[in-house]
Design a protein around this ligand. Structure first.
Ligand code: 1AE
Length: 403
């Protein structure tokens, strides 16, 4: 029996089942009942089907708001995300109130997706860290800074105890600190830290450039000693991410930034739900780590949505490696217990302002996070952990938390 892709939409209609049937036909063979019998037989393998409806709310205008599920024959699609998204939601996304909320992909479709090369376990092996959430800091202000200032910033963050340092995602115009030169310079600093502190620090360099040059630039980064790449997967397109992750010569982890995601997921009625967009799709496209707005910070995502997103990265069985969730934005050490309670061990605690804004500077900012993470994993309160860490005590005094 032919395999199908099951797609769930949130929509509203007088009759949800009729709407599902109209989509199943309209997004596949285009028309059905008007076709002569011989043509119907010929096109039947390409025809979608309404699978079910789940009414959620009766609206004042007489319509029902609810979920509908439509199945699409897998043979309608080439094994890539542009084909998938165009085939299930392309013109439909512009046809009134409808939001794409979930996709279930059969193994024959997923064959085209090697997924993350490293995933959670691979990254932990690279770093040699298995018993706690990872810690990442973000360069704050890269644009226009002299190279020496960036080296100083990198050293401060890295020496304080972070596992990864990432570029700011807006760092495209990098004449003052070119991509390959940054990679080489920061690598030398990481090597010094490894020699003196006995631990690794990975640097995620922002991969930019014309889309047809990305893979070559990524390979040159690998040759220059890069540890990891940051990539704006939605701005460049999920297929660009897929092609990077599937390239056998791009032998380092890829970290996906959610830039532009706010144009897709926040509306209750339109767009693509965050757990699908930043969870399932980023993971099958091959992101080893995925940043998304945490439920607590300045750019917040609704908590249940953030938890479903993380679940799609970490737990859902979709036949590819698990990606690290990186709940981000407005993170400071006082939030570590909440992060740990919500996202568990397999997450990356990620902060920009929460590290650079520490009263003692970026190195103390990183030390405060290290103390918070180690303390919380050991079952201590932040107040208890702060008794052994002055940087953490200062961070709690500034940002709160630890009650
Ligand atoms: C959801 C993206 C977060 C991000 O890119 C970023 O730069 C966060 O910075 P802070 O930690 O809020 O300063």
């Amino acid at each position: 029996m032919a395999e199908h892709i099951l797609v769930t939409y949130l929509t509203q209609a007088k009759d949800l089942l009729k709407k599902a049937e109209a989509i199943a036909v309209g997004m596949t063979v285009g028309s059905w009942t008007d076709l002569p019998a011989a043509k119907q037989e010929e096109l039947r393998p390409y025809l979608g089907a309404a699978v079910g409806t789940q009414p959620l709310e009766q609206l004042e205008n007489g319509e029902t708001r609810g979920l509908i599920t439509v199945s699409y024959p897998v043979g309608n699609f080439t094994r890539d995300i542009p084909s998938l998204l165009t085939g299930i939601f392309g013109k439909l996304s512009m046809d009134g109130k409808i939001k794409l909320v979930d996709i279930q992909l059969p193994p024959s479709f997923l064959q085209g997706f090697p997924g993350p090369k490293f995933g959670i376990d691979g990254l932990r092996n690279l770093l040699g860290v298995h018993d706690r959430p990872l810690l990442m800091s973000i360069f704050k202000s890269c644009l226009g800074l002299p190279f020496d200032d960036l080296k100083t910033q990198f050293r401060a963050q890295a020496e304080g105890g972070v596992d990864l340092v990432k570029d700011d995602e807006i760092f495209f115009a990098d004449e003052r600190a070119p991509f390959l030169e940054r990679i080489q310079a920061f690598k030398r600093i990481s090597q010094e830290i490894e020699e003196t502190q006995g631990r690794k620090v990975l640097y995620a360099a922002n991969l930019t450039g014309p889309v047809n040059e990305l893979n070559d630039r990524a390979k040159r980064a690998v040759e220059a000693g890069a540890d990891c790449l940051l990539f704006n997967g939605l701005a460049f397109g999920l297929d660009a991410l897929h092609r990077l992750a599937a390239d056998p010569d791009v032998t380092i982890p890829i970290m996906a930034h959610p830039a532009l995601a706010g144009a897709y997921y926040p509306s209750p009625d339109y767009g693509i739900a965050a757990p699908l967009l930043l969870g399932t799709l980023m993971r099958i496209a091959g992101a080893d780590l995925v940043l998304f707005p945490s439920p607590y910070g300045n750019v917040a995502m609704e908590k249940q949505e953030a938890l479903r997103l993380a679940n799609n990265l970490v737990t859902a069985e979709i036949g590819v490696k698990r990606s690290f969730p990186v709940p981000s934005a407005g993170i400071h050490p006082g939030l570590v217990p909440q992060l740990y309670a919500d996202f568990g061990l397999d997450q990356v605690v990620n902060a920009g302002g929460g590290i650079h804004g520490h009263p003692g500077g970026a190195s103390a900012g990183a030390q405060a996070f290290v103390a918070a993470i180690k303390g919380v994993v050991a079952g201590k309160t932040l107040q208890e952990a702060a008794q052994e860490s002055e940087p953490l005590a200062q961070a709690l005094a500034k940002w709160g938390g630890g009650k």
